[in-house]
Write a protein that binds this ligand. Structure first.
Ligand code: UDP
Ligand code: MG
Length: 154
């Protein structure tokens, strides 16, 4: 099974949307294997958003991400990187599809509630950035038998 990294961003923390966002991912059938509230430092954000280094909003997004704690979540599931990106919706919340986190709950590009890894490779890097190995939990999900078919479970 694939793993992905989700950050519940400061705007969602401030707005009391942690429960709503986690509920959506749980109800989808994803398995939560790590969860950690943290204040992000400058160096972590420089690394995490290095693909945006040249963009004019780079300092602003870092300031926003340090305005309150974030909640880091690690989820596991079949092809879950793509599935979670779909559930989050497109970057601009105003244009995100209804039914997605951003489409249902947000009005902003910057304050778009969640981060989700954009590829399997990025997910591995990001999980390592936010979690130590002993902060990730390996356990058998009793519901996987009814969430997936036998061939999907592998
Ligand atoms: N962002 C922004 N202005 C932009 C584009 C992005 O403030 O024009 C912020 C927004 O919070 C976004 C984050 O930078 O989630 C990372 O950008 P990316 O393009 O990776 O979007 P994502 O993968 O989060 O949809
Ligand atoms: Mg991104």
């Amino acid at each position: 099974m694939e793993r992905t990294l989700v950050l519940i961003k400061p705007d969602a923390i401030q707005r009391g949307l942690i429960g709503d966002i986690i509920t959506r991912l749980e109800r989808k059938g994803l398995k939560l294997i790590g969860m950690k509230m943290m204040n992000l430092d400058e160096a972590t954000l420089d690394d995490h958003y290095r693909h945006l280094l040249d963009r004019p909003f780079f300092p602003r997004i870092k300031q926003f991400m340090r305005s309150a704690p974030v909640l880091a979540l690690c989820w596991e599931g079949l092809e879950c990187v793509e599935t979670v990106r779909t559930l989050c919706g497109t970057t601009n919340s105003r244009k995100a599809d209804p039914g997605t986190v951003r489409g249902d709950l947000g009005m902003s590009v910057q304050c778009n509630l969640v981060h989700a890894s954009d590829s399997s490779q990025t997910a591995q890097e990001e999980i390592t950035r936010f979690f130590r190995p002993d902060e990730l939990f390996s356990y058998e999900s009793v519901t996987d038998a009814v969430i997936y078919s036998s061939d999907e479970r592998g």
